[in-house]
Design a protein around this ligand. Structure first.
Ligand SMILES: NC(=O)c1ccc[n+]([C@@H]2O[C@H](COP(=O)([O-])OP(=O)(O)OC[C@H]3O[C@@H](n4cnc5c(N)ncnc54)[C@H](OP(=O)(O)O)[C@@H]3O)[C@@H](O)[C@H]2O)c1
Length: 255
């Protein structure tokens, strides 16, 4: 466990899935966590309640990303909750996937929406967060393994490729301020985004067969990796992408 006592964190998309796990872990490590969400207020409150029940501190921040004024709305809520404190840790986690946006069926609207939420929002959230971030600050972007293995959902993959590029560029720019920027790249993880894993036992079994450790990821598998980058243990690591996927597609299964 790292010690984040006295630190603050913003986790976007922390109402559910991976973001919730990240928020819970950072809070367990001692940080005051801003639990951001878009529309699912009850889920966000559940995240905060779980953090409080475990002895941590957190508050919700509502802001639908990908719409006009999204960053202003987010920072109004964030700054109210932080009450003049700096922001030490930013986790850009919120994203959507539109499974229909293949090369045959992608529309301009689907493209614009995915890029607005998955790429534009993290860029401008980061821009807005930087004046609040002290030396030693941490930025962690949640990308995806689809940046290196091919899937039909080409637009989603493109958004995550852009996020990887953002991470490397920012790491170089922000090194002089002592701020690290790293990327966590989950594999196939059981969340609402992957409800097909729950709905199709056959698909779930086929996918597990592609993973060296033989199972799908759980949100906490990813949350713990994000917490590492947030910790002092990762102080000399920046500009890196960590694949957190149980050994996805390493090669043919052992005979
Ligand atoms: N699950 C996987 O297998 C997997 C694999 C690789 C990468 N990832 C990445 O991991 C991250 C988390 O994914 P997940 O599977 O945990 O997703 P998820 O369960 O679908 O949760 C998505 C979270 O993002 C928020 N969100 C979505 N659209 C938003 C918007 N327009 N404005 C504000 N908030 C919005 C949601 O808020 P509400 O609850 O309010 O809707 C929710 O908190 C994403 O970046 C995803 O691309 C996931």
């Amino acid at each position: 466990m790292s010690n984040l006592t006295g630190k603050t964190a913003l986790v976007t998309g922390a109402s559910r899935g991976i973001g919730r796990s990240v928020a819970q872990r950072l809070a367990a490590d001692g940080a005051l966590v801003a639990v951001h969400y878009g529309t699912n207020e009850s889920a966000a409150k559940e995240t905060v309640a779980a953090i409080h029940a475990a002895g941590g501190t957190a508050f919700t921040v509502r802001a639908e990303l990908g719409v006009d004024g999204d960053v202003d709305t987010l920072f109004t809520g964030l700054e109210a909750g932080l009450d003049e404190r700096p922001l030490d840790i930013l986790v850009n986690n919120a994203a959507i996937i539109d499974y229909s946006a293949t090369i045959d069926n992608a529309t301009v609207d689907a493209y614009d929406r995915m890029f607005a939420i998955n790429v534009r929002a993290p860029l401008f959230i980061t821009q807005r967060a930087l004046p609040m971030m002290p030396e030693g600050g941490r930025i962690i972007n949640v990308s995806s393994g689809v940046t290196w293995f091919a899937t039909p959902e080409v637009v989603y993959a493109m958004t995550k490729g852009a996020l990887n590029v953002l991470g490397r560029s920012l790491a170089q720019s922000l090194g002089a301020r002592g701020i690290t920027v790293n990327t966590v790249s989950p594999g196939i993880t059981e969340t609402d985004m992957n409800d097909w894993l729950r709905d199709s036992p056959e698909a779930a079994e086929r996918v597990a067969g592609m993973i060296a450790l033989g199972r799908h990821g759980q949100p906490a598998d990813v949350g713990d990796a994000v917490a590492f980058f947030a910790s002092d243990d990762a102080r000399w690591i920046t500009g890196q992408t960590l694949e957190v996927n149980g050994g996805l597609l390493l090669g043919p299964a052992a005979a």
